[in-house]
Ligand binder design. Structure first.
Ligand code: GLN
Length: 299
C-alpha cells in the first residue's frame, strides 16, 4: 500500500481497499472494507464516516494490511472478525462452525411464529446441529419460559454456541449436549418443537461453491450426501418419536429440494401436514411438518 499524496486517512484507505477487493472479485467490496477497518481500529462503522480524515498510524496500517490479505485469500469476513450479525444479535463465530446466513432467519421467524401460537404453557424446544448457536439462542432469549436444548456432533460448535449463550443473560433456559441428531435423547414424546438447519448440499456440488465456503467452512455442516437429503431424511424419520402429538418439526432445506422433501414426507407415516416457507429471495427455504395427533405414542 503506497499513498502518493499525504497520509493514509480512513477515507483514502477505504477507497483503495474497495478498488483492490473489486479487482480481485471479492463480493460486497465496500462493505467488507468497512467491516474490516472498523474491526481493526475497534470503532463502529459509523465512526469511519465521522472520523474520515483520521490518519492511520504505522501499526494500524500493518494490521489492516494483514486483514486485507486474509480476505483476498478468500477467508470469510466473519472468520476474520470472529463475529456475525444474525437476527437481533451479534454472534461469535470461529473456523469449524458454519457462519449464520440471513436465509436462516426464515427458520427463526417460522419457529417464533410456532412458539407464539401455542399459548403460555412452557414448551420444550430442541435444535439439532447447533453450529454457532445463532438459531437456538435467538429462540431461547425471546421465549425465556421455554426449555431449550441443542445438540451437535462437533465439540467446536458446542463450545462456540455455549459462549454465545453465555453472553445472553436471558439464556439460562438453554442446555447443550454432544451427539449425532437424536442419539443423546430418550425415545419419548418430549419436544413441542424441533428445529434444524442440517447439512443439505449434495456432495458433488460442494467443490463448485465459492472458495469462502468450500475452503473455509466445515464440511460436516454442509455435506448432505449424494442428493443432499441424507440428514433431512434421518431427521424426518426420527423426529416423530421425540415430538409430542401435534408437535412441529421445522427444517431449513436447499431451495431446490421441495420435491425431494415432499417425497420423504409421503413415505413417513407420522406427519399430518407439510408446509414450505420462502426466504427473502422468494425461494423455498424452510419446511414445517406437524406430527399427527392420532397414532402418536402416549405421553
Ligand atoms: N445455506 C448454506 C449454503 O448455501 C448451506 C447450509 C447447510 O447446508 N445447512 O452454503
Amino acid at each position: 500500500m503506497v499513498s502518493d499524496q499525504g497520509p493514509w486517512t480512513i477515507k483514502k484507505i477505504l477507497v483503495w481497499t474497495d478498488t483492490y477487493f473489486t479487482s480481485n472479485g471479492i463480493d460486497s467490496p465496500r462493505l467488507a472494507a468497512e467491516i474490516l477497518l472498523s474491526h481493526c481500529l475497534d470503532i463502529r462503522r459509523l465512526d469511519l464516516y465521522l472520523q474520515h480524515d483520521r490518519p492511520l498510524n504505522k501499526d494500524e496500517l500493518v494490521s489492516f494490511r494483514e486483514l486485507v490479505k486474509r480476505r483476498i485469500n478468500r477467508e470469510p469476513v466473519a472468520y476474520i472478525t470472529g463475529t456475525k450479525g444474525f437476527w437481533e444479535s451479534d454472534f461469535k463465530v470461529a473456523p469449524g462452525v458454519l457462519i449464520p446466513r440471513p436465509d436462516t432467519e426464515v427458520l427463526v421467524e417460522a419457529a417464533l411464529k410456532v412458539l407464539g401460537q401455542v399459548g403460555d404453557a412452557p414448551r420444550r424446544v430442541l435444535e439439532l446441529g447447533v453450529g454457532s448457536g445463532a438459531v437456538i439462542v435467538s429462540l431461547a432469549r425471546s421465549h425465556p419460559e421455554c426449555r431449550c436444548v441443542a445438540g451437535d456432533l462437533s465439540l467446536t460448535a458446542l463450545g462456540v454456541a455455549a459462549s454465545n449463550a453465555a453472553m445472553e443473560p436471558q439464556c439460562s433456559n438453554l442446555d447443550f449436549v454432544a451427539g449425532s441428531w437424536f442419539s443423546p435423547f430418550r425415545q419419548e414424546a418430549q419436544f413441542d418443537l424441533v428445529v434444524s438447519n442440517p447439512p443439505y448440499i449434495p456432495t458433488r456440488d460442494i467443490e463448485a461453491l465459492q472458495p469462502e465456503i468450500n475452503r473455509f467452512e466445515p464440511r460436516l455442516a454442509l455435506d448432505g450426501g449424494v442428493d443432499g437429503l441424507d440428514c433431512i431424511r434421518t431427521i424426518m424419520a426420527e423426529a416423530c418419536d421425540y415430538l409430542v402429538p401435534g408437535g412441529i418439526l421445522l427444517m431449513e432445506t436447499g431451495s431446490d429440494q421441495r420435491e425431494g422433501v415432499d417425497r420423504i414426507f409421503k413415505n413417513c407415516q407420522g406427519y399430518a401436514s407439510i408446509e414450505f416457507f420462502n426466504d427473502y429471495a422468494g425461494l423455498h427455504r424452510v419446511v414445517k411438518l406437524e406430527k399427527k395427533i392420532a397414532n402418536s405414542k402416549p405421553l
